[in-house]
Ligand binder design. Structure first.
Ligand code: IPE
Ligand code: IPE
Ligand code: MG
Length: 256
């Protein structure tokens, strides 16, 4: 399903649970989980082993985020551009995602985690699409942590899909172009109904956004950590949260 197709069912701000953030704790954290390949190479292992260890780190991060009182966690697991990698690596990553969905979903549901997938899920094929739909269904009642996994996700593709759907409706006469503003536009993104990320973390020492949550990150704070993703754990998340708590967010206005 394209982001726009997903968004059409979400335009009205639905009853999305909005867990209250604790003071100084970001409501929504996004993580660009980078460095699996380098982690494996450094150990003389195949890259697939790095991705497997990366999935373990994702499990730890979900647990640590819940314990830290974060209400929304978005993990960047596979970008629109990652399709350019060798077929073997794409196949390994897809298999790993399917395994994660099959083995983790019941535990997530039990722990009050609501799972959503954003991105062009159709590109993974019908079997994965079904597994994703089932996972979203089984975890739909979770209110402790909203976990979003970005799969075949690209910020530019998401924005283009929103523009396409808005143009379609305008052409069909069901949407007045004069009503298009930031709030309306947001409703057509895959993230419709979610709060914007307050903090975006990227591991592995790279300092770029790589097409993650482009629209949504307008006023996010960024923390870059030198750790490779498979080594990530609760202490790294705590350090990033500590850094975030010391930032002054002004949103273009002035401190009093
Ligand atoms: C992140 O690790 C996982 C994905 C992008 C799918 P990488 O595979 O990018 O690891 P490096 O950057 O090559 O070390
Ligand atoms: C970004 O990492 C995408 C994910 C973490 C899923 P990449 O490794 O694909 O990004 P670049 O190529 O270094 O920018
Ligand atoms: Mg990388």
């Amino acid at each position: 399903m394209s982001a726009a197709a997903t968004a059409t069912t979400k335009v009205a701000p639905a009853a999305v649970p909005q867990p209250a953030a604790r003071p100084g704790v970001p409501r929504h954290v996004g993580i660009i989980m980078d460095g699996n390949g380098r982690w494996a190479t450094a150990r003389g292992l195949p890259r697939a082993m790095g991705h497997k260890a990366g999935a373990e780190a994702a499990r730890r991060a979900v647990e640590a985020a819940g314990e830290a009182g974060i209400g929304w966690l978005t993990l960047f697991a596979f970008s629109s551009e990652n399709w350019q990698r060798p077929a073997e690596e794409v196949r390994d990553l897809t298999a790993l995602m399917r395994h994660y969905l099959a083995t983790e979903v019941d535990r997530l549901a039990k722990e009050g985690v609501r799972l959503r997938i954003i991105g062009e899920r159709d590109r993974f094929g019908p079997e994965t699409v079904r597994a994703i739909a089932r996972a979203e269904q089984v975890t739909a009642g979770g209110t402790r942590l909203n976990l979003t996994v970005a799969l075949s996700y690209g910020g530019r593709a998401e924005i283009a899909a929103a523009a396409r759907e808005i143009a379609r409706r305008a052409a069909a006469g069901t949407l007045d172009p004069e009503t298009v503003d930031e709030r309306l536009f947001e409703g057509f993104l895959g993230t419709a109904g979610m709060p914007d990320p307050d903090l975006i973390i990227r591991t592995s020492g790279e300092k770029r956004i790589s097409n993650f949550l482009l629209w949504q990150a307008a006023y996010a704070e960024f923390v870059f950590q030198d750790v490779l993703w498979p080594d990530y754990g609760a202490p790294h998340l705590e350090a990033a949260l500590g850094d975030f708590a010391r930032r002054e967010r002004r949103y273009g206005a002035r401190a009093a």
